[in-house]
Design a protein around this ligand. Sequence first.
Ligand code: SF4
Length: 379
Amino acid sequence: MVPESLDSLRKVFERNPLRIDEAREAGQKVVGHYCLYSPMEMAVAAGAIPVSLCGTRHDSVSRAEEVLPRTLCPLIKSSFGFALLNSCHYLASSDLVVADTTCDGKKKMYELLGRMKEMHILQLPQNQDPETAGPYWEDQFERLRGKMRQKFQVPMTDEDLRRAIKLLNEERRALKNLYDLSKNPRPPYTGLELLEIGFKTSFLPSKKEAVEYLEALYQDGLEMIEEGRSPVAGGAMRLILTGVPLGMGSHKVLKLAEDLGAVVVVSDNCTGYKKTALFMDEEAPPLAEMAARYLKLPCAVMSPNPGRYERLRELAGEFKADGVIDLVWQGCQPFATEAYSVRDFVQKELGLPYLMLETDYSESDLAPLTLRLEAFLSR
Ligand code: SF4
């Protein structure tokens, strides 16, 4: 049986577009974000509603392919297709879109998107060296603050930023506590449910409300553990899903793996556990603290990207993983190329079975994906 808190989140999410409209009518602004390197604290400090915009549905891809190369990754095409079709309420409601130059495909797409929406682009460094890239990245954050001050006519003082940092720390902590329940031998939530929860809470108009939902889901999860209730069969293979971000609509690999009897105990990606990483010092100079935190986030677009391996080692131990699936979107060069090193690391350093799956958002390859997953899970 689905816990009451999850049922309640599903209901409130259905009304979410309407609630965003109501907040806008009351004068609140909305800031859309692409990619985990774009700091939502800024929008919160400006009194705006931050929402994530990365496209996770297949139905907008074909429209995007009329403009973009078909070989681009589906996340980029889905995001841009939403803009062309004007079919994403969150993008349509955004007064400003904040994005960063994550990868070549994304940054060129943003140039086209900038013809339709007002955007502020953060020029992301390609390495995480605090001495060279750090000051440059902090300057990018200062420019973003300047843009928001001018756009929304708000002071965005250091105190405002500190309050925002505190609130987003709370959200990360609540999300981490919830995800950490999967360290239990019988997790109270499936990987797909946790993906849905992370996805839906990220669109709520108030971060405080998101924290309340996450805490209620955590309490319900604890209760299920205490009572020995779990949607996961005993002995299910415990998987880490690493690689590209996914969301509701692009969840087919996660769902297939769980339909075949495994459980994804942790999603090591931008839409999963990575969101909970790196808490910020709430007393430190806020802009420098934020810039340092965001620059440290591991992603295949960084060269080198040592944090990904450290993280995988920690997660494999903490979540007692039995195997790793590395998901790569077709057309994603950073994650596809890094997969070679990830495979080596997982097999040789962690001693775990590894499977790389390269796919897109369509359902055309469900049969071969199923065959490969069945073979992997039956080892
Ligand atoms: S999945 Fe890869 S290609 Fe797609 S946006 Fe992310 S880094 Fe770029």
